[in-house]
Design a binder for this molecule. Structure first.
Ligand code: AHR
Length: 505
């Protein structure tokens, strides 16, 4: 029925929680399908407007969501990538085959200089994953040396010859990718032994990268709920000494609803919505499980959990190369994005980085392109609405979420997270998981006089509504206001919606 009791959300701004690292809004850009070629890189001679080969429209869209870091070049691709193929004059670059992803031709036209130019254009940090699976410590060490060494050294001179005199900044270093599978099918013990020399010898020479700017090394960690790597790598970390260290452990977990991914990205019904939303909420228990193992070895939480691959992985769009992992993105995916961001925010004491898979044209993308056309997905709009969360402080909330049921599945009806942003403003993020019923939220802020609550809401006609090249504005945020009541705000939250409200005290 349409009528139900209001959900009471009690916010206590006097007891701030942990910081929400802006890096939880990180992106992942792999050489896969049209994620890079087409999605980011079109080349200087393209009729598509570009700056040094990088699409202007995509750069503008990404600047607007203040991407904190971009993980590159993979993914599985990273463990077969040889960086020397991607430097120097374009005509001399080696053309290879992308054996992981559809056997497509890899022209290597987007290499080190182009990636660094791209992150610079969007105002982001570089998260470079080195080849641990099929490369050597020497190859990886020389790559980071090439990027960061003083221009007076041979490595620095080679970089300068390729157009860049000053050292680049490499803020994050990935030590392999999924080494339990596509990265070499290693046991945790074997991986740990292989990884340590990378952690020791792959040095960053950029003199500006000291203190808080120092490069952070992220080791391969668990797949889904498998504790083997969490336990193995953290156990090794506990007895690390001066000779090696890591600052992060990666977790990969996709929302699939089963393997191989078979849920369609368009034209699904409410059952397809509820099953995937239920699956995505499992992220919370997963993080809790791995965090508890990490706490055993690292109670001071020195090592971050970096969820550096997450998102919905659906059936490929019919008619596309299945190896390109192309899928549409719907209102359901926007809700899934918001629920995951809320989970990450609540685990901010341990989860200090995440990377949604992937930035453009692949899996749960922010951006879809087709030739010169570009469309922003519902997930993109959630990332934009959540900007106040970047480096904000979590504020505890209490609420009884009530329930939404569909086909034997029972889910919480609402989700709520409050934060205080860097400038001191209070924000309330709300999600109504029930696609059919609006819900009234009575939000109370202990000790505050609320003057107004205004912001944006994202909703759509159907759970499978999406933004296409023909109709790009079907799922876009709209202005949204709540009614100020004594000590709080009364909010009429539409069905299947994500809202972000600024609370004016
Ligand atoms: O994001 C697609 C792939 O998923 C990545 O290359 C790999 O790391 C994971 O299995």
């Amino acid at each position: 029925s349409g009528s139900s009791a209001p959900v009471v959300v009690t916010v206590d701004p006097s007891k701030p929680g942990s910081r929400i690292d802006r890096n939880i809004f990180g992106q992942f850009a792999e050489h896969l399908g049209t994620g890079i070629y087409g999605g980011v890189w079109v080349g200087e001679d393209s009729p598509i407007p570009n700056v040094r080969g990088i699409r202007k429209d995509v750069v503008a869209a990404l600047r607007a969501i203040r991407v904190p870091n971009v993980r590159w070049p993979g993914g599985c691709f990273a463990d077969e990538y040889h960086w020397r193929h991607g430097i120097g004059p374009a005509k001399d670059r080696r053309v290879t085959i992308n054996s992981n992803w559809g056997g497509s031709t890899e022209p290597n036209s987007f290499g080190t200089e182009e990636f660094m130019d791209f992150v610079d254009q969007i105002g982001s940090e570089a998260y470079v994953s080195v080849n641990v699976g099929s490369g050597t410590v020497a190859e990886a060490a020389e790559w980071i040396e090439y990027m960061t060494a003083d221009p007076a050294t041979t490595a620095g001179k080679e970089r300068a010859k390729n157009g860049r005199k000053a050292p680049y900044k490499v803020k994050y270093l990935g030590l392999g990718n999924e080494s339990w599978a596509c990265g070499g099918a290693m046991t945790p013990e074997h991986y740990t032994d292989v990884m340590k020399p990378f952690a020791r010898f792959v040095r960053n020479y950029n003199p500006a990268q000291t203190g808080a700017e120092a490069m952070q090394r992220i080791a391969v960690g668990p797949s889904d709920d498998d504790p083997a790597y969490t336990d193995g790598v953290m156990k090794a970390w506990k007895s690390h000494d001066w000779s090696w260290n890591i600052e992060g452990l990666s977790l990969h977990h996709y929302t699939t609803g089963g393997w191989p991914p078979s849920y369609p990205s368009t034209g699904f019904d409410e059952g397809g919505y509820a099953r995937l939303v239920k699956a995505t909420l499992g992220m919370d228990a997963l993080i809790a499980k791995h965090s508890a193992i990490m706490d055993k070895y690292d109670p001071e939480k020195k090592v971050s959990l970096a969820v550096d691959e997450w998102g919905v992985w659906l059936a490929p769009t019919p008619g596309t190369n299945p190896g390109f992992l192309q899928q549409q993105n719907s209102m359901r995916d926007a809700i899934i994005a918001a629920l995951n961001l809320n989970i990450f925010a609540r685990h901010g004491d341990r989860v200090r980085m995440t990377n949604i898979a992937q930035m453009a044209n692949v899996l749960q993308a922010m951006i879809l392109t087709d030739g010169g056309k570009m469309v922003l997905t519902p997930t993109y709009h959630v990332f934009k609405m959540y900007l106040p969360f970047q480096d904000a402080t979590l504020i505890p909330v209490r609420f009884d979420a009530a329930t939404y049921s569909q086909g034997g599945i029972t889910l919480p009806r609402v989700d709520a997270v409050a934060v205080r942003d860097k400038a001191g403003q209070l924000w309330l993020a709300l999600t109504n998981l029930d696609p059919n019923r609006p819900v009234r939220i009575d939000a109370h802020f202990a000790g505050l006089q609320v003057r107004a609550a205004r912001g944006e809401v994202l909703t759509a006609p159907r759970v499978d509504s999406n933004n296409s090249f023909e109709a790009p504005m079907t799922v876009v945020p709209k202005p949204f206001a709540a009614k100020a009541i004594k000590g709080g705000a009364q909010i009429e939250l539409p069905g299947k919606s994500v809202a972000m409200l600024q609370i004016e005290e």
